[in-house]
Write a protein of this length. Structure first.
Length: 277
């Protein structure tokens, strides 16, 4: 469930960006009394996500806009499927159209690609998770879309989880130093994850009692060795250059988590359109 306190702020910023001084085309052509019906149509197959946000764009402009949903978040759509029918002032429908579609298309694109990754390994215990490689100001919506697609969220932000990466390790003078410094400053309830690139670093992370060990850009044979070395003493995350073509092979190495940046950083929007009737 999305919190309106978050989504209203996102939507209002987007609307201000799109029409800081009104919509000169619509305001010149459409009368204030004009009312229209519109349909939202899928133009390709995918997984829908973001319908609450889509509708909220219009109700923030006019709370009298009416909607009839034929699909819900998480539903699969085929080309030509009607997702929503709506009715309201023509000006409102036209002014909200681009902002609402931009959000719905991006969220649905994220849900769709996440679902494809999850299906590749659905018979294996590994989980697909996202990263912080999200669109600035849209992380809340994008991570929701990942969940709708069947994936799991990694940490939301820098404030809610420890992930000691290569630059932290270099600045601290080693994995042990970095882990010790963090452990002395965080509550006992927070887990510590360490990024590793070699088996030697994996052993260092184990010796430092890291809770989660990330295997960064390792080949499959090295990941198998790392999983064997860790031997369930920590959760194991695979990261780096994960694609739909290699995700199953990565999962078969025995890792617990596979983080996929492309779920959010380079996703294709799902093709969806709005047509006035």
């Amino acid at each position: 469930m999305l919190d309106k306190l978050y989504i209203d702020n996102i939507i209002m910023n987007a609307l201000k960006e799109d029409m800081p001084h009104g919509d000169i085309t619509t305001d010149s052509i459409i009368s204030a009394s004009s009312v229209s019906e519109a349909v939202i149509i899928a133009k390709e197959e995918g997984i829908i996500a973001g319908l609450d946000v889509f509708e909220r764009v219009f109700t923030l402009l006019d709370d009298k806009v009416e909607f009839k949903r034929y699909k819900q978040d998480g539903d699969k759509v085929l080309k030509g499927d009607i997702i929503i029918e709506m009715k309201g002032k023509t000006k409102v429908l036209l002014k909200g159209e681009r902002t609402a579609l931009n959000i719905l298309q991006r969220m649905s694109g994220i849900a769709t690609i996440t679902n494809k990754f999850c299906k590749e390994i659905e018979d294996l215990p590994a989980k697909i998770v996202d990263t912080r490689k999200t669109t600035p100001s849209l992380r809340y919506l994008e991570k929701y879309a990942v969940r709708i697609g069947g994936g799991t969220n990694h940490r939301y932000c820098l404030s809610d989880g420890v992930l000691i990466k290569d630059n932290h390790i270099k600045a601290a003078g080693g994995i042990k130093n970095a882990v010790d410094m963090v452990r002395n400053k965080i509550p006992h309830t927070i887990k510590i994850e360490v990024e590793t690139e070699t088996l030697e670093q994996v052993q260092e992370a184990l010796d430092a009692k890291a809770d989660i060990i990330m295997l960064d850009n390792m080949d499959n044979d090295k990941m198998k060795e790392a999983v064997k070395l860790i031997n369930k003493r920590a959760l194991v995350e695979a990261s780096g250059n994960v694609s739909i073509n290699n995700v199953r092979e990565i999962a078969l190495t025995g890792v617990d988590i596979i983080s996929v940046g492309k779920l959010t950083h380079s996703v294709n929007a799902l093709d969806i359109s709005m047509k006035i009737r």
